[in-house]
Design a protein around this ligand. Structure first.
Ligand code: AMP
Ligand code: MG
Length: 416
């Protein structure tokens, strides 16, 4: 039997992304329901933001022509709290003004109250103790957003701050992509569900909770098809069911080519499959293909559901999800799916036995601003990922010495 070709992580990713197409359907949601969703179209501002020139300080609106010398005394001719509009500022006068209030016509600067005092014995005069410059403490109309211009771009993942921007632009609802629908199942006769007694020779199914939660973090609609026994019939049947209403099926386990690994023959019988060996650690085997839908009346317009089979080891399935499934899902969602952003950081550890594969080490930022390494980097030790706050992307054959600058990818950036 010929060995499948070894791909680099980038080659595998490029191949995956060349297939994925964004889902077409969108829905119109009230602002709060749109959190964590992806904008289906550009959002144009309905108004200028801010809608008028206004003050960013409590103080006095003045004409700089009247305050060319420190100590100028002006008559307080009006009072403008936030939410009300003053009148034209006459020469020689000042307006008492409060943060957010419109700057009156004629005024060209605001002096904060700390730079002013009321002359002794006066009630309607202010002494300006500085020489203000034009525009100081004035937030200009439209400096944030301009009416009719794009405030948010299609494909944007909506975080709290994007909802705020859309609200500031005057919108109540947003057109977002429908959720990507992903089915997940887990192969392995050794698996038990937490809550049940462990079978002899058994292990709890941890990939279920890790992977379903990864899907939720990305805003997918995730369906759990449970634990599937290690046989061809059960695997094929679950694939047929899962293909029906889902854009993508993911599985864990059974992607090696052992006698008990049924993913390859099952997906091949129900559709098509490539089994890749990727030169990464943890990870290595990854299956990518598609499963035909028998029921053409199903929601999706395509005749097949994408398939991605992850390795069974808990760290391997987590890391391959983050590196390959996540970008694939991002592309289905219509988001930018490039390689995850890495940051140069100092390694405060030695990793001298460099592997021939591209390794992803579980690390944590320490108080000195460097990276510590979790001592056990086995692909079965999931506590390495929960102890850690990210991965070091370690190129093949490159040992790391304490003090070296390495590529750090935070988990946070991979879970949304
Ligand atoms: P496999 O990829 O099926 O050969 O499994 C590789 C290793 O991962 C084996 O030790 C399995 O017991 C373990 N494993 C597979 N699936 C899971 C799972 N869902 N949760 C925890 N461990 C698993
Ligand atoms: Mg297995």
């Amino acid at each position: 039997m010929t060995k499948p070709p070894m791909l680099t992580a980038q080659q595998a990713l490029d191949h995956l992304l060349s297939h994925a197409q964004p889902v077409g359907e969108s829905e119109n949601l009230p602002m709060q329901a749109a959190l964590g969703r992806i904008l289906a179209e550009n959002v144009n501002s309905l108004v200028d933001v801010p809608p008028m020139d206004n003050t960013s300080m409590d103080g006095y609106a003045v004409r700089t022509a009247d305050t060319q010398n420190s100590g100028s005394v002006l008559k307080i001719a009006q009072r403008i709290p936030a939410g009300s509009v003053g009148t034209t500022l006459e020469p020689g006068t000042a307006a008492r003004i409060f943060t957010g209030a419109p700057v009156p016509v004629g005024a060209d600067a605001v002096v904060m109250q700390e730079d002013c005092n009321i002359p002794v014995g006066s009630t309607d005069q202010v002494q300006v103790n500085i020489v203000p410059v034009v525009s100081q403490w004035i937030r200009r109309r439209g400096e944030d957003l301009t009416a009719g211009k794009t405030a948010l771009r299609a494909g944007t993942f909506l975080r709290p701050q994007e909802l705020g921007v859309a609200a500031s632009a005057g919108l109540t609802h947003l057109n977002v992509k429908r959720r990507v629908k992903v089915a997940a199942f887990f192969t392995g006769d050794e698996l038990s569900l937490p809550g049940e007694p462990l079978k002899p020779g058994g292990i709890y199914n941890s990939n279920r909770d890790t992977l379903l939660a990864c899907l939720k973090s990305l805003g997918c609609d995730a369906t759990d098809f449970g634990i599937v026994p290690d046989n061809l019939h059960a695997t094929r049947e679950t694939l047929r069911k899962a293909s029906k209403d889902h854009d993508l099926i993911i599985t864990s386990g059974g992607v090696s080519v052992g006698e008990e690994d049924h993913i390859k023959p099952a997906v091949t019988a129900e559709g098509r499959l490539d089994l890749w060996q990727i030169a990464i650690k943890p990870g290595k085997p990854l299956a990518f293909g598609a499963v035909r839908r028998s029921d053409e009346s199903s929601q999706s317009s395509q005749g097949e559901a994408w398939f991605m089979g992850l390795p069974g080891n808990p760290v391997s399935s987590f890391v391959t999800f983050l590196l390959f499934v996540r970008p694939f899902i991002l592309k289905l969602q219509g988001r930018d799916a490039n390689t995850p952003q890495s940051y140069p950081m100092r390694a405060d550890f030695d990793w001298l036995k460099a592997d021939r594969r591209n390794e992803f080490l579980r690390v944590k930022i320490n108080a000195q601003g460097g990276l510590d390494l979790f001592p056990n980097q086995s692909s079965g030790v999931l506590t390495s990922a929960s102890w850690g706050d990210g991965l070091v992307d370690c190129p093949p054959g490159q040992p790391i010495k304490s003090g070296d600058i390495v590529k750090y990818i935070p988990f946070n950036a991979l879970l949304s």
